[in-house]
Design a protein around this ligand. Structure first.
Ligand SMILES: C[S@@+](CC[C@H](N)C(=O)[O-])C[C@H]1O[C@@H](n2cnc3c(N)ncnc32)[C@H](O)[C@@H]1O
Length: 305
C-alpha cells in the first residue's frame, strides 16, 4: 500500500527525470534488501517501473514480445524513424567480421542472443556472404537464439525471403534462455546481444553464460539503449519516449502497455560504467563502451582472454 501511495505521489508531482531517479533508487533498494533478506523471502526485481517477483519477470517479458512479434520490425522503424538500422549497421561493423574475413580468417561462429527477428544475424550473414561457399558444408555459422519462439518464427520467415543457398544454411534458429544456454563451453567466437540484455532477469547470470560459451579470445558485444549524456537531448528524448512511443504502440500494435514497458525498461537499465563494471565482474577483459547518438544507445565490448 505504502509503495502504491509513494508511486502515485511521485507520478503526480515530480518531473520525468525525478521519477526515473526515484524508480532507480527503489530498484536499488529492492535489490539490496532482497539480497540481505533470508533466502526464504520472495525476491523482487523490476519490470519497467513495477516491482515484481523475480520468478514472474521472464513470463511477463515473454508476454510482451509474443504480443508485439508480428509488428516488431515496423514498430522499430516507426519509433526510431529508421535510426535503429544505422545503430545495428554500426554495431555489426564494430564486430569486425568483414575485416577478419578480408584478412583470410574463416567465418567466425557467432551467437546472436536475444536475436529476435534476426536483424543483427542477417547483417552478419550479409558480411559473410561473399566468403561462403556451398562446398564448405552446411554447418550453421550464426545462431539466432531467443527465449521467444514467436520472435524466431518471424525471423525464420524473413530469412527465407532474404537468403538462399549457403547464406541461408549458415543460419540456425534456437529457442534458449540467455541465463541458461544449451550450448557447449567455448562453442562461439563471438556473442552479440542487441536490445536484449535489459529484458533479462538476472544480468550477471546472462553475462556469465555469455562468457562460458565463448572460446578464449572470443568477443562479447552488447548494443543497448543507454543513458543520454546531453541534458537538452535528454529532456526531448524523455518527452518523446513517454508521450509518443506508448501512443504509437497503441495505434500500430494495439498494445500500449508493451511500449510503456519498453520506455520504462530503458530507464531501469544500468548506466554505461555500471554495465562495464558488471562485465568485468563476469570475467570479461579489455572492456569498453562506445556511445551512439549521445548515449541513446551504447555498444559495450569485452573479451574472454
Ligand atoms: C527488443 S528485442 C531485440 C531483438 C533483436 N536483437 C533486435 O535487435 O531487433 C528483445 C528480445 O529479447 C528476447 N529476450 C528477452 N529475455 C530473454 C532471455 N532471457 N533470453 C533470451 N532472449 C530473451 C525477447 O524475446 C526479444 O526477442
Amino acid at each position: 500500500m505504502r509503495r502504491v501511495a509513494q508511486l502515485s505521489r511521485c507520478r503526480q508531482c515530480c518531473s520525468l527525470r525525478q521519477q526515473q531517479q526515484w524508480h532507480q533508487q527503489q530498484a536499488c533498494r529492492a535489490l539490496n534488501s532482497s539480497s540481505e533478506a533470508a533466502s526464504t523471502a520472495q525476491k523482487e526485481t523490476h519490470f519497467g517501473y513495477k516491482q515484481v517477483p523475480e520468478s514472474d519477470k521472464k513470463g511477463m517479458v515473454k508476454g510482451v514480445f509474443s504480443s508485439v512479434a508480428k509488428d516488431y520490425d515496423v514498430m522499430n522503424d516507426l519509433m526510431s524513424a529508421g535510426v535503429h538500422r544505422l545503430w545495428k549497421d554500426e554495431f555489426v561493423r564494430m564486430l569486425g567480421v568483414k575485416e577478419a574475413l578480408q584478412a583470410g580468417d574463416s567465418p567466425p561462429r557467432v551467437l546472436d542472443m536475444a536475436g529476435g527477428t534476426g536483424d543483427i544475424s542477417f547483417r552478419i550473414i550479409e558480411e559473410m556472404s561473399p566468403y561462403l561457399r556451398q562446398d564448405q558444408g552446411d554447418e550453421p555459422i550464426v545462431t539466432v537464439s531467443d527465449i521467444n519462439p514467436k520472435m524466431l518464427e518471424v525471423g525464420e520467415e524473413r530469412a527465407a525471403k532474404r537468403f538462399s543457398g549457403r547464406a541461408l544454411s549458415a543460419l540456425e534458429f534456437r529457442v534458449a534462455d540467455a541465463e541458461a544456454l544449451p550450448f557447449e563451453d567455448g562453442a562461439y567466437d563471438a556473442y552479440t546481444i542487441a536490445f536484449g540484455l535489459r529484458n533479462v532477469t538476472d544480468v550477471p547470470r546472462a553475462l556469465a553464460e555469455a562468457r562460458r560459451v565463448l572460446r578464449r579470445g572470443g568477443r562479447f558485444m552488447c548494443l543497448e539503449f543507454s543513458h543520454v549524456n546531453n541534458p537538452m537531448l535528454q529532456r526531448l528524448y524523455d518527452a518523446y519516449s513517454f508521450s509518443v512511443i506508448p501512443k504509437i504502440g497503441a495505434v500500430v500494435a494495439n498494445d500500449k502497455p508493451a511500449y510503456q514497458y519498453l520506455v520504462e525498461s530503458i530507464r531501469m537499465f544500468p548506466k554505461q560504467h555500471e554495465l562495464e563494471r558488471m562485465m568485468r565482474e563476469a570475467g570479461f577483459q579489455a572492456v569498453s563502451h562506445t556511445d551512439m547518438t549521445c548515449g541513446v544507445v551504447s555498444v559495450h565490448s569485452g573479451f574472454k582472454l
